[in-house]
Design a protein around this ligand. Structure first.
Ligand code: ADP
Ligand code: MG
Ligand code: ZN
Length: 653
């Protein structure tokens, strides 16, 4: 086929696809306005929207003139809708609701076979073209993948609680604003900035904020996009991307997940890594090709810098590394505030409390938490997000949604109650365990019940004592079953997995076994394809050592098991009381756990709970986030914050 006929066929295929999609979507997407969930609900309640169409998560509302669309959350269900309709009917407003149009589906089903043919044709052409090895073909594929965003609206103020990182990046922003100013003085600006940090800590957000602050175009690709079947495509794509960027300087090129292509070379097994290496080489070549006064900054993000090819980190390449860490308590509070900006929050919500009990949450998880809370609030028919919703949001992010409707038999319930009470009591008795926030026998995610403990500080140092205490607590569920039910269930499998994990790492990585001494037998590195196979003696230790390791792991666990059994036997009455309360109330918090640990009877605890039903429903934080160690907490605003607060109120006046 000549290049010309190919082009013509391409144009025809493209036209057909565009025509079909256009016809299908034109009337659906015409003058629709996408609005926030809350605004949407307002419009329903005010009677503006009289017709509602529901298609999965997408809700379309029709008023006299306009069409509004919103994305409802996963929590939306018919129950809520029915409630809303009833309320409206009471006010004399008739909301017409239709579920996804069955006609629309039949259109689709008649069109699908045709689309299938088109798809096959497309795939055929892709294969033809890459087989032909035409550079032109690869270029087209390549071009489609790079993502350009001009006029990004993201600013540093959207990234909360990372002041040092912002300061470091400020320099980059200034350079991009006026590259001349720097180059005239002969200043060498780093051409590559590597953002390193765990997922969800805002690396992508940071890169966008730099582009937004500097007002330059943002070219982004993901390392995983480069991993293609066709040899040569990745490298070509890199070249095209840099060419495009050069025509648009100053600008930012952002390579997300650079570890997908940037791993140490020569680590692969078999031929699969060829493509990756070529792509990586091309990135290096391109970066070396920069003049220092080119207004291009390459930013890249990765979860771990230690697996990157050292060549990437050499001067002139990604020679500037910025570590983006999980936020501390202050940072979490600020992130929550940033994401609460466009959400109506109840006046009694205290972000300090939320920040305090979300140790270990990433920025993305905090954003997610607020979103879940907003969905819940809407579902509960509220106008504002309150403490109850926030509390549920936290649990949902940690454990997945509650499964209240899952049918649980009475004997299962009792068994789960003993299991969880076993965990909770040991968490209280072992000095180094984190305090218990909540114990529940309502299934969540894959668990039949859960005991939630949360650290009170951001201190991540884990000591020997803390680890052994954690093992003891994790065994509590199983031990309680042994003691009471006189039989064991499969419910403890996740616990046992967790326990073996900790024990193994104590012995092999952290030098916590005297027998084996201060030697790291296993590295923390994930096994890359090839790297470990090539390395004959994996971990580099003998059969005997392996046996000792196993014996030591077993010793740690069986010692903890003995201790757990002893503690729970001695505190059998507490165990019985707590399980009874759990069976009756399903969920208890710090407060009740405390009462039970003090030896209060089942009846006393139930009575106390019955007296607080209202608060319990509206603000679980009161019962759940009680710090057990007073001195660690200050919910009192500091003088500085007080000043800030009065200023804020002044602004509102
Ligand atoms: P990463 O690239 O590090 O995995 P992202 O930048 O994709 O993380 O972050 C995902 C989302 O989490 C962001 O879009 C933002 O909503 C939220 N987020 C993460 N960190 C922060 C932060 N420091 N401030 C505000 N929001 C954040
Ligand atoms: Mg990202
Ligand atoms: Zn358990």
């Amino acid at each position: 086929m000549t290049r010309k006929t190919k082009t013509i066929i391409w144009i025809i295929v493209a036209l057909v696809v565009v025509a079909i999609v256009g016809v299908l979507l034109s009337d659906v997407f015409s003058n629709e306005k996408e609005i926030e969930l809350f605004a949407f609900i307002d419009k329903i309640e005010s009677g503006e929207i009289t017709k509602l169409h529901i298609d999965g998560y997408e809700w379309t509302g029709y008023t006299d003139k306009e069409t509004y669309v919103t994305i409802a959350g996963s929590g939306y269900d018919m129950e809520y809708l029915m409630k809303l309709r009833e309320q409206l009917a009471g006010k004399g407003i008739d909301l017409e609701v239709s579920l996804s149009d069955p006609n629309a589906e039949s259109i689709w089903s008649s069109i699908f076979p045709f689309l299938g043919v088109v798809a096959v044709a497309l795939i055929f052409f892709f294969i033809m073209r890459s087989a032909a090895g035409g550079g032109n073909a690869a270029m087209n594929i390549g071009k489609a993948k790079a993502h350009v965003q001009n006029n990004l609206k993201v600013r540093f103020s959207d990234v909360a609680g990372a002041e040092e990182e912002k300061e470091e990046l400020q320099e980059v922003v200034e350079f991009l604003r006026s590259p001349k100013k720097f180059s005239n003085l002969g200043a060498r600006i780093p051409s590559g900035v590597l953002l390193v940090g765990p997922p969800g800590t805002g690396k992508t957000l940071f890169a966008k904020a730099v582009a937004g602050e500097a007002g330059v175009p943002f070219f982004s690709v993901s390392g995983s996009d480069f991993v293609e079947m066709y040899v040569g495509v990745g490298a070509k794509r890199v070249r095209d991307l840099f060419d495009l960027a050069k025509k648009n300087q100053p600008c930012i090129i952002f390579v997300d997940e650079i570890d997908a292509v940037g791993r140490r070379r020569g680590a692969g097994l078999g031929g699969g890594h060829d493509e990756r290496e070529q792509t990586l080489n091309q990135i290096l070549v391109q970066m070396d090709g920069f003049e220092s006064n080119d207004g291009i900054i390459v930013m890249a993000a990765t979860n771990r810098a230690d697996i990157l090819d050292p060549a990437l980190l050499r001067p002139g390449r990604f020679d500037r590394q910025i570590n983006v860490n999980l936020p501390d308590v202050k940072g979490r509070e600020q992130i929550l505030k940033v994401h609460a900006r466009n959400k109506p929050m109840a006046p009694d919500v205290n972000f300090k409390t939320v920040a305090r009990i979300t140790a270990g949450f990433s920025g993305a998880e905090l954003a997610n938490l607020l979103n879940e809370a907003a969905i819940l609030a809407a579902r509960n028919g509220k106008k504002m997000i309150g403490n109850l919703e926030l509390y549920d949001g936290i649990n949902k992010v940690i454990m997945g949604p509650q499964k209240k409707s899952r049918v649980v038999t009475e004997s299962d319930k009792r068994c789960t109650a003993y299991h969880e009470a076993g965990h909770a009591i040991l968490a209280c008795l072992c000095k180094h365990c984190d305090p218990v926030h909540e114990v529940s026998i309502i299934p969540r995610g894959r668990a039949a019940g859960y005991t939630m403990t949360r650290p009170e500080t951001d201190d991540n140092d884990i000591s020997y004592n803390k680890l052994t205490d954690n093992i003891c607590m994790a065994l509590g569920g199983r031990v309680a079953e042994e003691l009471v039910i006189k039989d064991v269930t499969t419910g403890a499998s996740a616990d046992l997995q967790h326990v073996s994990d900790i024990a193994r790492r104590m012995v092999t990585q952290w030098g916590m076994s005297e027998k084996l001494g201060l030697v790291a037998y296993d590295s923390d590195q994930p096994v890359f394809m090839g790297m470990e196979y090539g390395n004959q003696s994996r971990g580099g230790y003998s059969q005997e050592t392996a046996a000792t390791i196993d014996a030591e792991i077993r010793r740690l666990i069986s010692e903890a098991h003995k201790r757990a059994t002893k503690l729970l036997t001695e505190n059998r009455s507490i165990l019985d009381n707590m399980s009874r309360v759990l069976v009756e109330k399903e969920t208890i918090y710090t407060e009740e756990v405390g009462m039970l640990m003090e030896g209060k009877s089942y009846k006393e605890v139930i009575d106390a709970m019955d007296g607080q039903e209202e608060t319990r429903k509206s603000n679980p934080f009161v019962f759940a986030s009680k710090p057990s160690k007073e001195h660690l907490i200050d919910d009192e605003p500091t003088a500085e914050e007080k000043a800030e607060k009065t200023e804020e109120t002044k602004d509102e006046e």
